[in-house]
Every structure is written in structure tokens, then in C-alpha cells.
Write a protein that binds this ligand. Structure first.
Ligand SMILES: C[S@@+](CC[C@H](N)C(=O)[O-])C[C@H]1O[C@@H](n2cnc3c(N)ncnc32)[C@H](O)[C@@H]1O
Length: 299
């Protein structure tokens, strides 16, 4: 029987030709081979939802003391920007500032909201080098890249971020861990994810250590640690949304994890369904937690 490649995704949108289909998910061929998440509309919706969850929980889009500068008008870079939602959100709030988002693939081109005139995007692989002269930006922000780089790659990535920041400018990073303290199914799936990440050289806790920033030449580093209580936050709407976000991530990583570890799709999906139950408010024992680290400092 001949396999016919589908031409449209689950939303009926055309699937670009420069992609690979795996277990119903779309992966761009030109993406980072270490990064395990798909490049399709379901993932773009998840990333945008995650942005608003972070903003709601942390009650801000950044921790650095740059609000007055943003109001006055500065140049801001959003590294590995994904859909570009962080830049778009800030560009609307601070029309005097200029925002540029970069990503290894042009997933920002799929953003359906109106892009403000003070916001633009371009393709760039952070590890290979950002296409800007030294000292170009007053504020450089990078978020959710822990699955993009190995421990060996991180110092070079940080040096590149420091290079494009103006002397005295601010650098801010936000990274999250995989869940810990989960029930049996969550622990089983996280163990798969950890094994898979280990094969790729990725350590989800690497950015928990602020000394990594100091070693890259970032000064006066300030760190804040927050928790994502998946399905047990006192704010039930937040807890439910965080649990749903993790269940969505679990399904999004299924194609690559099952292939790499030789796990059957059915076994994986049954585990995800058990995770949904474990992370629900019906389970009083649930304490599954993801840690969020925010660091900022100056060049
Ligand atoms: C989890 S998403 C986070 C997106 C965005 N920062 C956010 O918080 O919504 C990670 C993004 O990093 C991008 N990425 C992966 N490797 C990269 C690299 N080497 N250079 C630039 N971007 C990269 C991916 O394409 C993806 O869009």
C-alpha cells in the first residue's frame, strides 16, 4: 500500500513542503535537530496560551527594571521568539520602543494577530550567531529555550546574547524545568522525557543556576524562582490550564520520544491519559510541579 502524504493539517490549513510528518505532527526540516517540539498550528496555539499563562501568573512580561526605558523608547531583542507573542504583546504596550524577534524557523510568520509597526521578525540560529553588530540592543530577552541547547552549547548562546547587548543594557532569561514530584504516570512520562533529553545532551535544570550568567559576563544577576503547580494551584483556573499545557506538551513530544525509546504509541497515549487524571483537582495527592527560573542582569 502506498502512503500518501496529507496536504492539509487538522485545521484544514496547507502543510508546507519543507516539513516532515511524524505521527500526525509537522516538523520543519530546517529546525534545530535537538529541539523536540513540532512546528504546527496546535503547537503555536499552545505557545501563545503559555505566554498568557506566564503573564497571568507572574503578573508581568519581564522582571528587569526597564519599564521607564520601554516607555521612553529603546531597542529590544526577543531571542528564539517562537510565534513572537511576547514581542507583539510588548510592542502594543510600548509603542515608542522597537522590538525584533529572531527564531531558527519562521514560525512567527504564522502569527495571526496584527503585528504592530514597531515589531519585526527574522530567521536566525542563535547558536550560529545573531545577525546584529555588537551592542545593538538595550534589552535582550530569551524565554523557554531549555530544550534547544545542550549544556555545552549554552555558554556560546549566552556569549552571543551578551555580544549584541549594549554596555549597561539588560539581559533577561526565563526557563522552566520538566515536572517533578508527579504521580506514577507523570513520573513515568517525565523519566522518558529525561532519558530522551539525556540522549540529546539536554539538561532541563541547566538554567536554574545563575552562575551560568555571571560566567558569560552578565553582572549583578538577580534571580526569581516560581512554581507551576500543575492541577493543584490554589487558583483552580490557573492550575487546570497549567495541567492542560503539560498534557499538550506530553502529546507534542510523543512522536520523537516513542521513536527514540521504542515505546508503543498506545502505551504512551495511555500514560498521557493517566497523567490527565493525576493532574486533575480530583486527585488530592497531586503535587506535580514545574520550576520557573527568571534571571536578569546587566552587561
Ligand atoms: C518553546 S519555544 C519558545 C518560544 C518563545 N520564546 C516563547 O516563550 O513563546 C522555543 C523556540 O526556540 C526556537 N529555537 C530552537 N532552536 C533555536 C536556535 N538554535 N536558534 C533560535 N531559535 C531556536 C524554536 O524554533 C522555538 O520557536
Amino acid at each position: 500500500m502506498q502512503f500518501t502524504r496529507p496536504t492539509t493539517d487538522e485545521f484544514g490549513d496547507p502543510i508546507p513542503s519543507d516539513t516532515e510528518l511524524n505521527d500526525g505532527r509537522v516538523f520543519k526540516k530546517s529546525g534545530n535537530p535537538i529541539y523536540p517540539l513540532p512546528n504546527d498550528k496546535s503547537e503555536y496555539i499552545r505557545l501563545n496560551t503559555q505566554h498568557y499563562l506566564l503573564r497571568y501568573q507572574l503578573q508581568c512580561n519581564y522582571l528587569s527594571p526597564v519599564t521607564n526605558d520601554l516607555e521612553r523608547g529603546i531597542k529590544v531583542l526577543d531571542v528564539g521568539c517562537g510565534t513572537g507573542i511576547w514581542s507583539i504583546d510588548l510592542a502594543r504596550e510600548f509603542p515608542n520602543s522597537t522590538f525584533i524577534g529572531t527564531d531558527i524557523i519562521d514560525i512567527f510568520a504564522n502569527e495571526t494577530s496584527t503585528i504592530p509597526p514597531n515589531c519585526s521578525f527574522l530567521k536566525a540560529d542563535t547558536f550560529k550567531g545573531l545577525p546584529f553588530p555588537d551592542g545593538s540592543f538595550d534589552f535582550v530577552f530569551q524565554r523557554a529555550q531549555s530544550m534547544c541547547f545542550t549544556a555545552e552549547m549554552w555558554p556560546r548562546v549566552l556569549r552571543e546574547i551578551v555580544r549584541v547587548t549594549k554596555p549597561g543594557g539588560y539581559i533577561e532569561l526565563l526557563e522552566g524545568s520538566f515536572p517533578r514530584n508527579g504521580g506514577p504516570a507523570t513520573t513515568r512520562q517525565v523519566d522518558w522525557l529525561l532519558t530522551f533529553s539525556c540522549f540529546r545532551g539536554v539538561n532541563d535544570q541547566f538554567m536554574s543556576d545563575p552562575s551560568v550568567l555571571s560566567e558569560a559576563g552578565i553582572q549583578n544577576v538577580v534571580t526569581a524562582t516560581d512554581m507551576w503547580r500543575l492541577g493543584w494551584d490554589p487558583d483552580h483556573a490557573l492550575g487546570e490550564a497549567l495541567a492542560k499545557n503539560y498534557v499538550t506538551v506530553s502529546r507534542a513530544t510523543r512522536p520523537l520520544i516513542t521513536a527514540a525509546l521504542g515505546i508503543g504509541n498506545d502505551e504512551y497515549e495511555e500514560t498521557v491519559q493517566e497523567i490527565e487524571e493525576e493532574l486533575s483537582y480530583r486527585n488530592n495527592e497531586n503535587r506535580a510541579t514545574m520550576y520557573i527560573w527568571r534571571h536578569y542582569g546587566r552587561k
